[in-house]
Structures are given as C-alpha cells and as structure tokens.
Design a binder for this molecule. Structure first.
Ligand code: ATP
Length: 292
C-alpha cells in the first residue's frame, strides 16, 4: 500500500523577541528561525482499518490524539476527505520539550507526507495555512531554512541562509513548559534583541554580525530557574564558540563555532562534565542545498 519516509528537521532560534501580548493570550513575536541538520524519521503507511495508529521509539511520548502527528493527520483527513486509516512510525531524535520544535516538525512532515502520498497537489503555502491549526511553529517547519517569524510565529519571511558553521546543541536534563515560560515573562523588563540588525547581517553573509546579536527574551524567565543553562553557555563561550544562547523557551542551549575541532572538543567536555546532557554536533540546514 501507499507509504512514504520523511525527515522532520529541528530548528533553533538565532533571535527571539516578544513584542506584545494579544487579547487571546497569544504573544506577538519576532524570531529568527534556522533549521538544523538534526531530524526525526517518520514512516507513514496507509492501512485498511479506519484508524490513526502511532508507534514511537520513545515510551514517554503519547500515541493517541495528544500526539501532534495525530492532530496534523486529522486536519489533512478532514480537509481533503482522505479515506481509510494511517499508520505512523516515529523515530525520535530531536530532544523533546526542548525549544527545538520537535513536535511541530513531526506535524509538518505528516502534512507534507500525506500531500505527496495522496497526490493532493497542494502548494506549500496551503499546507502552511492549515498547519497553524496544529501549532504556531508548524508553518515554519513546512517552509524550513532561515526565516523571520512574526505574528504568533506564522507570518514568515524567508531570509538569506545562515553562513556555514558548526552548531553544538546541548539539552540539560531539565524540563521546561513553553506555556509557563510565556506566562511568566514580564515584558516591561525585557531586553529586546536587535532582530533587524540580525536580518541585515544575514543578508551580508556576516556570521559574526549574527552571533554578536544573539538574544532571547525568554532566557530571563528560564535561566534563573535553571542555572545549568548559564553553565552550558559559559562553557561553550570559554571553549571558543562565537556565541551561545538558549533556543525557544529552553532549556536547550546551542553554540555556534567556526572551527570544527573546537566544537567537537567542547561537545566532549560537556558530555564529561554533564553526563546527563543530550549533546549533538550539527550544521545549518539550508534550502539552497536541499530541495524541499
Ligand atoms: P517548541 O520549540 O515548538 O516549543 P518543544 O521542543 O518545546 O517545541 P516538543 O518537543 O515539540 O516541544 O513537545 C512538547 C510536548 O508535546 C511534549 O511534552 C510531548 O509530550 C508532546 N508531544 C506530542 N506529540 C509529540 C511529538 N510528535 N514529538 C514530541 N513531542 C510531542
């Protein structure tokens, strides 16, 4: 029967600003998003039984309607009248509840995969429109690459790609709830990052212009709760990162390096000093090199 294999890529935020709170409780953001070469694998297969069945290699993930894959599948089934059932097998490599949009990436892969499998011929823009119903970061995860995300994260503008570099990603063994971080953010105290300057640096292909403008307003909420985030950032900077910051609502920290050996050595030291850390050495995933 009809099936397909997909890669669902994680993102980091190179810049994250919150500029206001909307009446409906959502926040107005300005974020510079970058896809990284770290991905889940998703296998999708049509099945006879009219059900959505999800299997995953991570015991702690839900496999019912709470899994975002399920939500994305329902949106596609209802919008396009897809008949029959679907089986999903998820190999999870992206750290969970980490600020790397792992769930959103799976939802995006689900929508792109079903569009291909059922030859729906929907343009990416239509899938992105539908994707926001599954989550604010889903449209971006469908688009991928380097982008400015505004509104609640769904208004997207493609940016020039982040220049080639090494990205060391490290998730400390603490859990962070995105909703609670946004709730506790005191906007009046926020130090706003220079997002426009970062966009301009990207257009010049100026990596140090980007890293010198790293900033994430959510750090002021998450970091005091989890000083280990500060420790990871300091270690990365001491060991030669151009700069380091927290991604999304955290707790994942990433450092950008121009020197592969330094990035690798830093990863080794991090793992030695913090055996419970999840550490990955990766690179930017850019749309120029990969077709969608
Ligand atoms: P973001 O960067 O968008 O805030 P995140 O990295 O903080 O995302 P996710 O990893 O996407 O968070 O998942 C957060 C929660 O969603 C987890 O607690 C998890 O139980 C639930 N969840 C549902 N479906 C998935 C999925 N397919 N993959 C990961 N988590 C999922």
């Amino acid at each position: 029967m009809n099936s397909c294999n997909l890669k669902a890529y994680a993102k980091i935020n190179l810049g994250l600003d919150v500029i206001g709170r909307r009446e409906d409780g959502y926040h107005e953001v300005r974020m510079v998003m970058q896809t990284v070469n770290l991905y889940d694998r998703l296998f999708i297969k049509e099945i006879e039984k009219d059900a959505i069945i999800i299997k995953t290699d991570k015991r702690f993930l839900p496999v019912n309607e709470s899994n975002i894959i399920y939500k994305a599948a329902v949106i596609m089934k209802e919008t396009f009248g897809l008949k029959g059932g679907l089986f999903f097998d998820l190999k999870k490599n992206i750290p969970v509840a980490a600020g790397m949009a792992g769930g959103s990436a799976d939802a995006a892969a689900t929508m792109v995969g079903l569009n291909n499998m059922f030859r729906l011929g929907q343009p990416m823009s239509r899938l992105m429109e539908l994707g926001v119903r599954a989550g604010a970061d889903v449209p971006y995860c469908i688009m991928r690459g380097t982008a400015l995300a505004e509104g609640i994260g769904e208004k997207l503008t493609r940016l020039d790609p982040l220049p080639e570099c090494q990205i060391l990603v490290a998730k400390p063994p603490v859990n962070v709830s995105t909703a609670s971080v946004y709730k506790r953010l005191v906007l009046e105290n926020a130090v706003h990052p220079d997002i426009d300057g970062m966009v301009e640096s990207l257009s010049r292909g100026d990596l140090s212009g980007v890293t010198s403008r790293f900033g994430n307003v959510l750090e002021q909420v998450t970091e005091p709760d989890h000083p280990i985030i500060t420790e990871y950032k300091d270690l990365m900077r001491e060991m030669g990162a151009e700069n380091a910051m927290m991604s999304g609502s955290g707790p994942t920290v990433f450092g950008i390096f121009t020197d592969k050996d330094k990035a690798g050595d830093t990863g080794t030291v991090l793992k030695e000093r913090y055996p419970a850390a999840q550490v990955y050495l990766t690179r930017p995933f850019n749309m120029r090199k990969h077709s969608h």
